[in-house]
Design a protein around this ligand. Structure first.
Ligand code: PLP
Length: 523
C-alpha cells in the first residue's frame, strides 16, 4: 500500500517483471490518478489576487469564525487540471456506445444544445410577466401538442421533472380521481415483479400499497392471474410497456379493459417509449396515465449530463385532476393556468408537482429533436432501435443464455442471463471484463425476474460498425467467462480502480473529507 505524500499523490514502487502493471505515479498511461481536491494544493494558495482589505470594525458581534475555513487552495492551472482529470474518469455517450438497458443512452444532437442556448430560451425567468415569455410558453405548448399526438391521449402535465416524478404525478391523479368518486377505499396498486423500483416506490409514496402481478413463462403479464385479483380494493395497475424484459405487452388492451371494468385505472411506465414512438399510441391501448422521459426517448442529456424531464399524458378520466400550472392558448396568446386563474374549471387539480413550469431547457431540446426528426423520423427511431437490439440479441445468443429469445424478437433491448456460466463465474465478471474493453457495462441484475440479468439497449444512434465492435468485445468477454478464464474474475485490469467493496460503500459511505489527523483520532 502506498501513502499519500505532501503534494497529494501516492508514489509507488513498481515491481520488476514483464507482467507488472504498476507505475511510480499510479497513472496508467492516459488514465491519470487524481487525489481529492482537499489532498492537493495548499491553503495559502489561491487562483485570484485579492486587494488589501480596508480596516473596518467588525459588525458580527463576536460571531466571527475563529478557525481556518478549510477551503482547498489551488492556483488556476491546478484547478483546471484537477477538474479536467476528474472529467476524464467518466464514461460518456460522447465517448462510445453506452449499453445501459432501460436508460436509452442515445446521442444528444448538438442542434438541441444550440437551440436551448438561444438567449430567449436560456435567459428567461419563471416569474417573468407572461407577455414577455410568449415564445417560451409556445415551446411548452407545441411540445405538449406533440406528446399528445404521439401518445393519442387528450391531456399532458408538463411540469414533472423526471420519470419517477411523473409516476408520482400519475399516481396522485389516480388517487384524486378515486377520492372524487368516493372510492378512497381502493388502496392497492398491482405492479409486476419486473417493474423498475421507482414504480412501487411512487405508489407507496402516494399512500398505496403494492401487490405483485405474476408473469408468464414468456416474460409478460399473466392476464388471467391479473383478472382474478381485480376487485373493489384495487386502485389500478402500473405496467411498463414495452416491459423491462424488452418485450411488448401484447395483452395491454385486454388488461386495460379488465382493469376499467373493475373500476381501476391503468398507469403505464413509458420509460421504454423509444421502442414504439410513432408506431403505437398508448391511448389506443386504454392507458390512463403515462410518463415520458424526455431525457430518454427525446434525447435530452442525462446520467450526469443534465436534469430529467418527465411529462405525464393523461386520459379523459384523469385530466381534470392534472397538476397546476399549465399553459393554455387563447385567441390573445398563451397564458399560465395556476391557482389564481384556474377557477371552477380546474378545481379538481390535486396541486403542484413543482414550483414553476418544469424544465424549460429540456423542453426546448426535446422539441428541437422532435421537429428535426418529423413524424416519419420518429417512427424510424423506434424501428431502428428495435432492429439494433435484435442484431445484438441474435449475435449473442450462441454464447450467452437469452431467456426470452425463443418467444420471438425483442423490442429495443436484449436481455441475457448468467445460466451456462461455470461455477464461480457470474454477470459481474462479464461487466468488469467489458470495462477493460473500454465499455460502460450493461445494466446488471435488473429486472429481478431474470437470474443474473444483463440488459443491453444499444439505441438507434449506433452505426453497424459500432455495434459490431461492441458485439465482438461482448462475445469475447462472455466466452472467456464461459471457459472459466481466471483473469476475467479479477478484471478490470486496466481501470484505475479494480473491484471495489460495493456493499461496504453502500452501507458505510464516506461522504465528507476529514483531515487525516482528525480522521485518525476519530478511529
Ligand atoms: C428510467 C426509468 C424510470 C425512472 O425514470 P427517471 O427519469 O430516472 O426518474 C422508471 N421506469 C423505467 C422502466 C425506467 O427505465
Amino acid at each position: 500500500m502506498s501513502t499519500i505524500n505532501q503534494s497529494g499523490w501516492r508514489p509507488t514502487t513498481p515491481e520488476a517483471g514483464e507482467n507488472s502493471t504498476a507505475t511510480f505515479t499510479g497513472n496508467r498511461a492516459l488514465m491519470l490518478e487524481e487525489p481529492l481536491i482537499f489532498e492537493i494544493g495548499s491553503a495559502d494558495t489561491t487562483g485570484v489576487d485579492f486587494g488589501e482589505v480596508p480596516a473596518a470594525t467588525s459588525r458580527l458581534g463576536g460571531l466571527e469564525r475563529g478557525k481556518a475555513i478549510g477551503l482547498p487552495g489551488l492556483s488556476e492551472p491546478e484547478t483546471v487540471r484537477h477538474y479536467t482529470r476528474l472529467s476524464r474518469q467518466n464514461y460518456a455517450i460522447d465517448l462510445g456506445l453506452f449499453p445501459l438497458g432501460s436508460c436509452t443512452m442515445k446521442h444528444n444532437p448538438r442542434l438541441n444544445e444550440r437551440m436551448a442556448r438561444l438567449p430567449g430560451f436560456a435567459d428567461v425567468h419563471p416569474l417573468q410577466p407572461v407577455d414577455t415569455v410568449q415564445g417560451a410558453l409556445e415551446v411548452i405548448d407545441q411540445l405538449a401538442h406533440w406528446l399528445i399526438t404521439l401518445t393519442g391521449m387528450p391531456a399532458v402535465a408538463m411540469s414533472p421533472k423526471a420519470g419517477a416524478h411523473g409516476e408520482l404525478c400519475g399516481v396522485l391523479a389516480i388517487r384524486a380521481a378515486l377520492e372524487a368518486k368516493g372510492e378512497g377505499q381502493r388502496k392497492i396498486l398491482l405492479v409486476p415483479i419486473s417493474a423498475h423500483g421507482t414504480n412501487p416506490a411512487s405508489a407507496a409514496f402516494a399512500g398505496f400499497s403494492v401487490e405483485d402481478i405474476p408473469a408468464t413463462e414468456d416474460g409478460r403479464v399473466d392476464l388471467e392471474a391479473l383478472k382474478a385479483r381485480l376487485g373493489p380494493d384495487i386502485a389500478g395497475v402500473m405496467i411498463t410497456n414495452p416491459n423491462t424484459c424488452g418485450l411488448f405487452e401484447r395483452d395491454m388492451k385486454a388488461i386495460s379493459d379488465a382493469v376499467h371494468a373493475a373500476g381501476g385505472y391503468v398507469y403505464c411506465d413509458g420509460a421504454n417509449f423509444n421502442a414504439i414512438v410513432g408506431r403505437v399510441r398508448p391511448g389506443d391501448l386504454g392507458v390512463d396515465a403515462m410518463h415520458i422521459n424526455l431525457h430518454k426517448t427525446f434525447s435530452t442529456p442525462h446520467g450526469g449530463g443534465g436534469p430529467g424531464s418527465g411529462p405525464v399524458v393523461l386520459s379523459e378520466a384523469l385530466a381534470p385532476y392534472a397538476p397546476l400550472p399549465f399553459v393554455e392558448k387563447t385567441a390573445d396568446g398563451f397564458h399560465l393556468v395556476d391557482e389564481e386563474t384556474a377557477g371552477e374549471h380546474h378545481a379538481g387539480s390535486f396541486g403542484r408537482m413543482t414550483a414553476f413550469q418544469g424544465q424549460m431547457g429540456m423542453f426546448t431540446r426535446a422539441l428541437t429533436y422532435i421537429l428535426s426528426h418529423g413524424a416519419d423520423g420518429l417512427r424510424q427511431v423506434a424501428e431502428d432501435s428495435v432492429l439494433n437490439a435484435n442484431y445484438i440479441l441474435r449475435s449473442m445468443e450462441d454464447v450467452l443464455d437469452a431467456p426470452f429469445a425463443k418467444s420471438g424478437p425483442c423490442m429495443h433491448e436484449a436481455i441475457f442471463s448468467d445460466a451456462g456460466l461455470p461455477e464461480g463465474f457470474s454477470t459481474i465478471d462479464i461487466a468488469k471484463g467489458l470495462i477493460d474493453e473500454g465499455y460502460h457495462p450493461m445494466t446488471m441484475y435488473f429486472p429481478l425476474v431474470v437470474h443474473g440479468a444483463m440488459l443491453v439497449e444499444p439505441t438507434e444512434t449506433e452505426s453497424k460498425a459500432a455495434l459490431d465492435q461492441f458485439i465482438g468485445a461482448f462475445r469475447s468477454v462472455a466466452a472467456r467467462a464461459k471457459n472459466g478464464d481466471p483473469a476475467i474474475k479479477t478484471a478490470p485490469h486496466f481501470a484505475p480502480r479494480r473491484r471495489l467493496d460495493e456493499t461496504l460503500a453502500a452501507r458505510k459511505p464516506v461522504l465528507t473529507w476529514k483531515e487525516p489527523a482528525v480522521a485518525e483520532a476519530a478511529e
